[in-house]
Every structure is written in structure tokens, then in C-alpha cells.
Design a protein around this ligand. Sequence first.
Ligand code: SF4
Ligand code: SF4
Length: 454
Amino acid sequence: MLTRYPTNAPPRFHVLVKPTGATCNLDCAYCFFLSKEMLYPGSRFRMADDLLETYIRQLIEGHQTNEVSLAWQGGEPTLMGLPFFRRAVDYAEKYRRPGMTIEYTMQTNGTLLDDEWGEFLAANRFLMGISIDGPREIHDHYRYDKGGAPTFDKVMRGLDVLKRHKVDWNVLCTLHRSNADRPLDIYRFFRDDLGAEFMQFIPIVERLTAEQAAVSLDLIEPWHSWRDRPLYVQAGEIVTERSVTAAQYGNFLATIFDEWVRRDVGRVYVQMFDVALANWVGAPSGLCVHSRTCGVALAIEHNGDLYSCDHFVEPRNLLGNIRRDHLIELVASEKQVQFGRDKFDTLPGYCRECEVRFACHGGCPKDRFIHTPDGEPGLNYLCEGYKIFFHHIDEAMRFMGNELRHELPPANIMAYMAQKDAAQRKAFADVGRNDPCPCGSGRKFKQCHGIGAR
Ligand code: SF4
Ligand code: SF4
């Protein structure tokens, strides 16, 4: 029982719960988490009922706010079966303080959802994140099951369950070398074919040490399955060829932004665009990756082990176990506070002087393994992409930020863009397809502002 909040305790924090550990019914080629099974040899990988109750009690006790997020992830959390989640909701109800709201979220591959799940998720107002990498041929490239079979149809069946039961859902799409050059195919598929209103795009950056690279014959797919991959830890300065490149990532975001900003503002929400707008107006961004510090988004394993972050489930970032220490003591521990501060304290000088640092904040420390142009270590692998994207959206973000400050809808940007595009079409009317683009980009007109022009 908690008698007082420790010094340094954040009023609110976020924990991803992994009730099945890394266990999953799929075997996605790029999944960094499947190998974490090696941390718990011999485990059954099922969160015990008394631990579930302890966790939920501590989570609620540890919050000084009236909003608590109970977030499930994996591995694949639905492998625990519905009775487990019914008990979780009962425990949350048992310990909830008067006036407290519990927000239930779950990240799933969607393949095990059926109508019983749909009824439960709707009744308890779960927000579901469903992992889809794009249209069928893109999705099935890396997302297959343990037998190597494609998963697209099963995921679509799961999504259909969510839609029929009117469960809130969003798409989580990973970006890698094989889909990052198809931004509009992917964005339009989510928006038009699936009817997605919320989307997140997560870059796949898969690191290898020189030793791992030396023994691997294949940098494209150094391992094809969790069975033959080593324990994944954040180490190494080499990336697999499956990883997205920085430029691909930036161009992907910039391209879908151009479509979104002209027709979808206010009806489609792309996490990165919301985060950017928050940073442009000086509000909390809500995403650790693009915040000044981090450390309040942790991960807990099936046995109660608490780690600094979902991306750092590895021995050096183990904070302790909630069977021994209260969750909030671990969240407020010096080790965790330092972990969060390091995000800012270890920024290279190049980032500190960067003109888009207010929006970028150096990205996630897990991706900071390249050198700055003047040789300082600790620059983010995705830096080039961040620069492309944040510079590209500057004008639109300033416009939307200004609207917000005047209590006007940011969606007014669409009328502004329409006017601007019309003026530009007029000005560019006589430019030949193969002429240099008058915008000064250095590209041919047909590859720049003349895309689609005859
Ligand atoms: S390490 Fe990265 S993902 Fe983890 S909390 Fe910090 S910024 Fe977020
Ligand atoms: S864009 Fe690059 S230099 Fe600028 S803050 Fe981000 S990572 Fe650092």
C-alpha cells in the first residue's frame, strides 16, 4: 500500500504491459521484440492473476491525476484470452478512485479478434491500435505467421470485427525499406479503403553490431525468424537493409503531409502531424520521441519486471520488479529519472544548434548512433529525414499555429493551400515538363510542382 508519493514521482505516466511477454502468433521479420523471450528462459509467458491485480492497484495508486491509461501490448496480448482482460477491467473498477477515468488501450496484430472480443472491447471503450503495413502485397512482405503464411486476410477480418462493433481503432504502420517509397498508396489505402481516421507511422531502424554483421551473410535479412535471431539490444552502428533510410522516412512523411494538408485536416489524424503542431505552438507534444526529455513511458513484463522503455527491455534498463517495489517507486527512481534526462543531456552540439530542434528534440535515443558532420557521436540516424520533414511543413505549421492562437480551426489551412496552389498553377502555366522547376528545387518541373501536369 502506498502511503506517500516519492519525490520525483511524475503525476502521470504510461506503462505498456506485456502480459504474454514477447510471445506472439506472428513472426514478422523486423520485429525487435520477439527475441526478448531469451530474457526469460523456461517461462510460460503468462501474467499471473495476483500480479495482474497488484499491477493495476499500483498503477492507480501511483497516479496523482484522475486519468489513468491501462495499455496492453506484446508480443500479442490477445493470446491471454478474454477472461484475463475481463478480470483486468474488474480490478480497475475495484481500485478506481471516485472521479477517476481509466482509458483502456491495446496494440494488436488483430488476427485473433472475433465477435466476443468485439462486444467486450466496445463495452469497455477500448482504443485499439491495429498493425497494418499497407495494402495486401506490402503488408504481407514482412508480416507473416509462424508458418510463414501471409496475414493480411486475417488482419482484415479482425479489423472488420472492430468496425462492426464500433470499437475505436487506429492504424499503426511500420515503415521499412520495402514500403517507405509508396507513401500515397499506403495513406490512401488506409484512408479510403479502410476508412482509418487515426494513423501512426513508425520507422523500422534495426541495428547490428559489427560482430553481428560479420557473422551474418545477409544484411538484407540477417535473420528470417525469431528462432535464429540474437537477443535484440540497442547497440551497433550498422543497420539492416530492411531498415528505412532517413531520407525515405522524411520524404514519406512530407508526401503524405502534402495530401493531408490539402484535403484531410480535421478528419484524418496522423500522429506525427499532431505532434509537430503541438511543438510549433509550444504545447506538450504527447510523444516522447519529440519531447525534450522522456522517461515516463515504461514497459512491464509478464513477471512484473519493469523496464525504462519498451525499446529498452534489456538487462541494463531493468528498474526492478513490482512484487518487491511499488511501481511508482521504480518510476520515480534515480535511474529512471536519469534515463529521461539523458534524452536532453546527451544531445550533440549539432542538435542544440539545429533550427528545428524545437520540433525534433533529437528523436529517440535508441536511434542516436551516427556521427554529426563534425564527428561528434550521438546524432540520430533519422536526422536527415527529420530535417526534410520539419522544414517541409514549416509554412503550413505556422499557418495552423496562428489559427489556433486566434481560436480558429487549423483546417482553414486547406483553403489557404487551395489558393496558393491556384496561384502557382497560373504562374507555372507556361513551364515545360522537362524545364527546371521554377520553385528552385533543382528538379525537373514534371518531377516537382508539375507532377500530374500534362
Ligand atoms: S527511449 Fe525513445 S521511445 Fe523510449 S521513452 Fe525515450 S524517446 Fe520514448
Ligand atoms: S533534425 Fe537532426 S540535428 Fe536537428 S534536432 Fe533533429 S536529429 Fe538533431
